[in-house]
Ligand binder design. Sequence first.
Ligand code: SAM
Length: 679
Amino acid sequence: MAPPQTNPRHAEHRAFMVERHLRARGIRDPLVIAAMGEVPREAFVSGELEEFAYEDSALPIEAGQTISQPYIVARMAELATLEPTDKVLEVGAGSGFAAAVFGRIAAQVYAIERHEELANLARSRIARLGYDNVEIICGDGTKGFAEEEPFDAIIVSAGGPRVPEALKRQLAPGGRLVLPVGTGRMQELIRVTRNEDDTFEEESFGGVAFVPLIGEEGWPDQNADDATEMDSQPGPLAAPIQARRTLEKRGPSQLMSEAAEPFAELDELARMVDRFADRRIVMLGEATHGTSEFYQARAAITERLVRQHGFNIVAVEADWPDAAVYNAVIQGLPRPRLPERPFSRFPTWMWRNAEVEALLKRLAAVNAEIRGPERRCGFYGLDIYSLATSIGAVLDYLDRVDPEAGRIARERYSCLAPWRAEPARYGRMAISRGYEACERAVGQALQDLLAKRLDYLHDDGEAFFSAAQNAHIVAGAEEYYRTIYYGGALSWNLRDQHMFDTLERLLEHRGPGSKAVVWAHNSHIGDARATEMGQVRGEHNIGQLARQRFGDQVGLIGFGTDRGTVAAASDWDAPMEVKRVRAARDDSFEGVSRATDIAAFLLETGPGQREEIRTALAEPLLERAIGVIYRPESERLSHYFEAELSNQFDAWIWFAETQAVTARPHAEHGPEETYPFGL
Ligand code: SAM
């Protein structure tokens, strides 16, 4: 039979997976790398999960089981030191994926699966791919496969309480048995080698978490098999679901409710946050990009920090030129000429909504009471996406203060002109031709501007700072769009580094007494080192960078919710919808927070909290992140990640039920030109 047609994008994702999830984590065996680069993982999952085939996680398969995380398959193959002449046994064939990988390296593979449904499916997938050295057998693999012993390598893809004797016996002299063994929450990855003199040697390779190995020499079959929750995956942070239940019984939610500080009014919440008011930076997160309560709570906290505690920077996850229009509103300054329509780029509802309008009014009122411009609070955008507007703003500035420099900068930026409207196309072109001309030109434009700093500062310090920031954005965005095609972590890290650099420039610009409130998604402000982002994907974020630079001068506050509605789109650039938020999973920090039965609370999770509580909340659990896109139908895969709450944040603010923000769509005519002035 002809091999199935596969989507060419899968090949790209597979190559990325090999680089980022395998090589970057230390998988070196060239045979393993080649095999992982060859076997189409998408052919081993059901159709609707194909788009997730190269995610760095286990995925659900039929019979309530899982296909292992690619890294763990590669790691086990490497530990088993598979050779091209080897005869291999796998116990726990599942989807057949790992067996297919082993078959690309070894001469012959036998893979046993206890579920008949899975064994049949795996067999037909392997046949479709034409891998004729892999045989799938249905049975109890803890007894091995006596018909074909001895084996050069045996790999067990499920976790048992001990090393099955039958498997040891079926190893050839020099044979390697790799398997997870353990009776607790995690198992130990073990390699047993049968020496030529018939002695056995055992080595250990750290913690893993697998679904249970069920059979004569494994766990008894008494519904221990309910791996219906697909997070019982192997992986550095994952725990089997049974262990998670034990964790819940031990009571993180009781501990949480003991320590939680309930509030009824947002002003009460704002007063509770006073404990962080002596920090230089307070970061306020959000678990979605469209929840009214998160905006309102952050507005109340921010107003108090500005009014009572001298915070003079409000820096948000938004574009700089657009935020500059809002800055003019709250500081009573003339409106910048560009952009004509602030926040008209997707996702417009994030900064064009009734809640943000209310924030601007509150900050304008506070500023009106403050004497001395240095204490007045400014509103600034940290993001990197405003390529076209930032080019326009730099040129606008130079045309005013130094037309000759404006002419030169125009020439330098002309390199990017064809891609201003769609900078992602620039990235595609840049990698396909090894193009680098724009990189030098935009870097030079920034250098030119900074070199004339002293001349220009005489004119207007604020205007110069803003123009320089726009030149930084053009340089940063050029690099960002060039790297998005190399995959997630690289461009994510560039973006968060840019946001952090911008924050540092702002703090410096506003002087030694400056203090900043930052508004960004939890995934940006919660320390990435305490989540899957940092531990598995190699991503850092602005919260982590700030902690590393400013230590305990930073307060990181995360926000969470269980249910209600949210403003989000189904796809990038698709219209905003008000979507229903699914009740959170039990095995998530949201589930634990819901179980406290407190409608709204603040919980300190940082060093100020009791050690017992911090320890309980440092146990990894899932956490939900809803962005501008929300796909409830694939929620577990699209929106949950593993985190250690008390290491991630210094405090956690909880609203059990929340509602979508009230978006302010663009008016085609009329007050649009003056928005949001005159509100
Ligand atoms: N290697 C698989 C893949 O690539 O899709 C994933 C394996 S999954 C994590 C573990 C599998 O082991 C499940 O399909 C489960 O049914 C199977 N299993 C558990 N105990 C078994 C046993 N005693 N014999 C054979 N299979 C078993």
